[in-house]
Ligand binder design. Structure first.
Ligand SMILES: *[C@@H]1O[C@H](CO)[C@@H](O)[C@H](O)[C@H]1NC(C)=O
Length: 255
C-alpha cells in the first residue's frame, strides 16, 4: 500500500532535520489507531513494526476512563515521545477542557511537571493536539506528559498551531471514507536534539513533524500530507511551515 507515512523517508532524504497509560509490549498491542495496523518506519527506532531498543522505547496505549484513545512510542532516555498516532474522526464539542496534567505511574522515567516549570521559554507542546480529539474525554486524554515535548512558545502557538488547524480542515473536508464517516490517520513526532536538554532531564527536540493519510471518497483517491518545522521561535508573525501533499502513489500534488 503506497500510503505508508511518506514523512519518515522524506525527512531522512531531506535530512533537514529530518489518565492512565498502559505500557504494552509491542506496537501491535495497540495498533488500531494506525492505518492498516501498520506502525511508521523510524530508522534505528522502529523498523518493520519492531522496536529495536525495547529498554529505551516504550509503546504506550493511551487509555483514559477505560478506553484506548491513541498510541505513543515514548523514549525514556530523552523523556519525550518519538511519535503519537491518532485516528481522526471529526470533532464533537468545541473548546479545550480544563488542563489537568496526568502523570502515569507505570512510566517512572518520564518528564514531570517541574521539568516544564523550570524554564519559561518552552510550552508543553502537544504531539497529538487536543483540537483533533473527537470527544471531551478524548481531549482530556491528550493532556498527558507522555504526549508532550518542550516546544518554543511562539512556534507552538503560531506556525505549528496554524498548520494543525489547516490540516484539520483538510481532513474534515476530504477525509470521508466509503461508509460516510470522517476518518483520517495522523502520526506526529519529534526529532530529538543532540544535546539541548531542559532541566537536565528532558530533551528539547530540534524539529517536529506530522503526517496524515486518508481515503477521500469525494476525490476518489488516497491523500496525505507531511509538515515539519524547527523547534525555534517563529521568525515572522505569519510564518508558514514547509509541507508537502500527496495524492495516490506518492505523487506530490503541491507543496
Ligand atoms: C469509516 O470510518 C469509521 C470511523 O472511523 C469506521 O468505524 C468505519 O469502519 C470506516 N469504514 C470503512 C469502510 O473503512
Amino acid at each position: 500500500m503506497w500510503c505508508s507515512w511518506p514523512v519518515i523517508p522524506l525527512l531522512l532524504l531531506l535530512s533537514i532535520a529530518p489518565m492512565l497509560a498502559e505500557v504494552v509490549n509491542s506496537m501491535s498491542d495497540c495498533d488500531h489507531f494506525l492505518l492498516e495496523e501498520t506502525p511508521p518506519q523510524i530508522p534505528g527506532v522502529l523498523e518493520d513494526g519492531k522496536i529495536l531498543n525495547q529498554n529505551r522505547y516504550k509503546p504506550i496505549c493511551q487509555t483514559y476512563r477505560n478506553k484506548r484513545r491513541f498510541v505513543t512510542l515514548y523514549d525514556i532516555k530523552n523523556k519525550i515521545p518519538v511519535f503519537s498516532a491518532y485516528k481522526y474522526r471529526g470533532v464533537e464539542g468545541k473548546g479545550r477542557p480544563k488542563k489537568h496534567w496526568k502523570i502515569e505511574p507505570q512510566c517512572d522515567d518520564q518528564a514531570v511537571d517541574t521539568d516544564f516549570r523550570s524554564n519559561g521559554m518552552f510550552d508543553r507542546g502537544h504531539i497529538i493536539p487536543s483540537s483533533y480529539a473527537s470527544t471531551e474525554n478524548d481531549k482530556r486524554s491528550t493532556f498527558t506528559l507522555t504526549n508532550i515535548v518542550p516546544q518554543a512558545g511562539s512556534f507552538n502557538k503560531g506556525s505549528w498551531s496554524r498548520m494543525e488547524s489547516c490540516i484539520r480542515c483538510v481532513m474534515d473536508k476530504y477525509c470521508t471514507n466509503s461508509s460516510g464517516f470522517t476518518e483520517g490517520f495522523v502520526v506526529t513526532g519529534a526529532q530529538p536534539s543532540f544535546s539541548n536538554i531542559l532541566n537536565n532531564r528532558v530533551n528539547i527536540p530540534s524539529m517536529l513533524w506530522t503526517a496524515f493519510c486518508c481515503y477521500s471518497t469525494n476525490m476518489e483517491a488516497w491523500i496525505a500530507s507531511a509538515h515539519w518545522g524547527n523547534n525555534v521561535p517563529d521568525d515572522a508573525k505569519n510564518k508558514h511551515l514547509s509541507g508537502i501533499y500527496f495524492k495516490n502513489k506518492n505523487i506530490p500534488i503541491f507543496s
